[in-house]
Write a protein of this length. Structure first.
Lengths: 237, 348
């Protein structure tokens, strides 16, 4: 398969970068991101972003300091932030709505997080731990949340009907007059062929390598699943 | 035809230009849209002027007197400019108002000034929503009427906050320039408030303090040394209201980090924008605007009043934010340019 070199580095999807955690290379990855010029134009050091930021109010976190640190070019300091500091951002983008320079500190944090994930940084191991089930769904069928993940007391913010919604799932889903939605273990029916293609993409782009890096146990489960499905699809062809 | 000039706008710049041109014997018509002369100084009744704490009403009286008592100046108020044409003779300008007629002139001075930024356009300050959030211009009007009080309940404020750079230096509202005078005007106002309220907490929330040039110590330092005014470096992110009091939310970027701080009275240092008249007349006279929407000074290194169009001159805040003293100086600068222009044009 041929890679367009520019595209690969811009999107930071170079599979060879997985695990690469040299501080300068992390900063380079952030600053060469296609979106970087759009999210950071400079900074007036005014504090409007942090003043607007819900996380600044309750945590040791300031979007202004994230922006200033990245602009300072201090790669070690930026790497330090990627371990814990930036994960306090709620991605609400109030900062972007208010910044008088039209920066998007939340957008910068998003780029930094993607780099941190892609490079398999220690923080990501910690942060993704509670999301094993979600990750497995995403990797196996491309769904994030499925009907059978809804529990009576899991999503109180989804309203008072949630306990009711979580019972008699199979019957309730059957009542939806759309054939592809009459399932409970996925959000919609996903054909084996779709998963098969999904796995090829994950493999080509380095996603599987990334999972192997940050969660070896999960990767083992995924690898078995992939092998089984590939056997099944290929013998059926 | 005699040497005649139309000066449009009866603020400090236009009044000075009209008086000076009249003193040199030119035939001047001064056109003002409102029924009062003095521009922003009169409309908002500035009592005490930055930087020298001189009297606003005295300034307006002197400038207006100089045109009203000048036999070469005809003052037309409550009038506006209609159609404009230009031929070899000069400009033909239709005057609209109670006595519509045509004016002819060889030269025109645009002194149409600025409008205050309307803080309703930036919802985060709660202006128009919370009664105790007012603009600097409204504070001037309050000074003119009597002692400073909270609009919500008429009580004496125990704490006053100034928010800098409202409507200026902000891409979100489309004004990326600095309005130049609001830092110094706010410092002046804080000193005046201290005289009335010896015990009040007075805090200035700024991104930079731009009391440039000679105003650094005479206003910025003085407000701290003599008036105990406190400066906090952090641009205000939003104003909310709790228990009938405006609450300022922001980050003290140097010292204390996040804050939510209630004040009895909040003054917005709202910036300057090209006035409606400046926008309109720049179109009628086909003069170029600079990128922020003010009248472009075509050759500021030669004379500050030259525009892209020969015969049309600009003075005062129509060409950018500036202080009264600079607006008045430009009235004279424009007069000089008009005289030079007419000298080259008219064959004696
Ligand atoms: C809150 C505040 C306080 C300030 N206090 C001070 C201070 O203490 N000291 C200081 O140096 N500066 C101060 N300034 C700045 C000062 O107001 C300006 O420098 C000054 O008013 C500029 O004068 P000008 O003649 O250029 O414009 P303006 O004062 O705006 O006058 C323009 C005139 O033109 C008229 N006009 C506009 N369009 C038309 C039209 N189409 N036809 C006819 N007439 C028209 C207007 O009605 C107005 O009378 C302050 C500014 C603000 C915002
Ligand atoms: S997007 Fe993040 S940094 Fe921006 S205001 Fe929201 S929580 Fe704060
Ligand atoms: S709001 Fe924008 S300009 Fe101000 S500190 Fe934050 S990023 Fe910098
Ligand atoms: S003069 Fe001061 S308050 Fe006004 S725009 Fe400039 S920095 Fe902001």
């Amino acid at each position: 398969m041929s890679h367009d070199k520019d595209t690969v580095t811009h999107l930071r999807l170079n599979p060879d970068d997985v695990g690469q955690q040299d501080a300068q290379s992390l900063l380079d990855a952030i600053q060469s991101d296609l979106r970087y010029e759009e999210v950071i134009h400079g900074c007036l050091n005014c504090g409007v972003c942090s003043g607007s930021c819900p996380s600044h109010r309750f945590f040791d976190y300031s979007p202004r300091i994230v922006v200033q640190t990245v602009l300072s070019g201090d790669a070690e300091a930026v790497k330090g932030m990627m371990d814990e500091y930036i994960w306090a951002c709620a991605q609400c983008y109030t900062c972007a709505m208010r910044c008088p320079f039209h920066n998007s500190p939340g957008g910068l944090v998003m780029i930094m997080r993607e780099v941190a994930v892609w490079r398999g940084m220690e923080a990501v191991h910690r942060l993704l731990k509670p999301y094993g089930r979600v990750l497995l769904k995403v990797l196996s069928i491309g769904n994030q949340l499925t009907p059978d993940m809804i529990q009576p007391d899991f999503f109180p913010d989804w309203g008072p009907k949630i306990p009711w919604s979580s019972t008699d799932l199979a019957i309730k889903r059957k009542a939806i007059p759309v054939y592809t939605l009459q399932v409970t273990t996925s959000a919609w029916r996903v054909s084996p062929e779709t998963s098969y293609e999904l796995y090829s993409i994950y493999e080509e782009t380095g996603v599987f390598r990334l999972i192997e890096e940050i969660d070896p146990n999960l990767y083992e489960v995924v690898a078995d699943m992939v092998e089984d499905l590939r056997d099944m699809v290929e013998s059926a062809r | 035809m005699s040497n005649s000039v139309i000066v449009i706008g009866g603020g400090p710049a236009g009044l000075q230009a009209a008086a000076t041109l009249g003193n040199f014997g030119l035939d001047v018509t001064l056109v003002e849209q409102h029924d009062v002369l003095g521009g922003a100084v009169a409309q908002h009744q500035y009592q005490v002027l930055m930087p020298d704490f001189s009297s606003g009403p005295a300034l307006v009286a002197r400038l207006a007197g100089a045109v009203q008592n000048n036999p070469h100046v005809t003052v037309v108020t409550s009038a506006s400019i209609g159609a404009v044409e230009e031929d070899q003779e000069g400009f033909r300008v239709q005057l609209e108002g109670s006595h519509p007629h045509e004016l002819q002139a060889q030269a025109v001075v645009l002194a149409t000034g600025f409008d205050h930024f309307d803080p309703r356009r930036d919802g985060k300050y709660g202006y128009g929503l919370f009664p105790d959030v007012i603009t600097g211009a409204e504070l001037e009007e309050m000074f003119a009427k009597g002692p400073v009080r909270r609009p919500s309940n008429g009580e004496v404020p125990q704490s006053v906050a100034f928010i800098y750079c409202v409507g200026s230096r902000d891409r979100q509202v489309g004004n990326t320039y600095c309005s130049r005078v609001c830092c110094a005007v706010s410092a002046k106002q804080s000193i005046e408030i201290r005289e009335q309220l010896p015990k009040a907490r007075i805090s200035m929330f700024y991104m930079d303090v731009r009391t440039y040039g000679l105003w650094e110590d005479t206003l910025y330092w003085r407000s701290q040394e003599e008036s105990g005014v406190v400066y906090v470096k952090g641009r205000i992110a939003e104003v909310t209201q709790k228990a009938g009091q405006p609450v300022l939310k922001g980050e003290d970027t140097l010292v204390r980090g996040p804050f939510e701080w209630p004040f009895d009275l909040v003054v917005l240092a709202a910036g300057m924008e090209p006035s409606q008249g400046t926008r309109l007349l720049s179109q009628k006279f086909h003069v170029d605007l600079e990128p922020h929407g003010f009248v472009q000074q075509s050759e500021p290194m030669r004379n500050a009043s030259l525009t892209s169009r020969p015969g049309v001159f600009v003075a005062g805040s129509a060409s950018g934010p500036k202080a009264i003293e600079d607006a008045i100086a430009e009235g004279d600068v424009a007069s000089l340019a008009v005289m030079q222009y007419l000298k080259t044009k008219v064959v004696v």
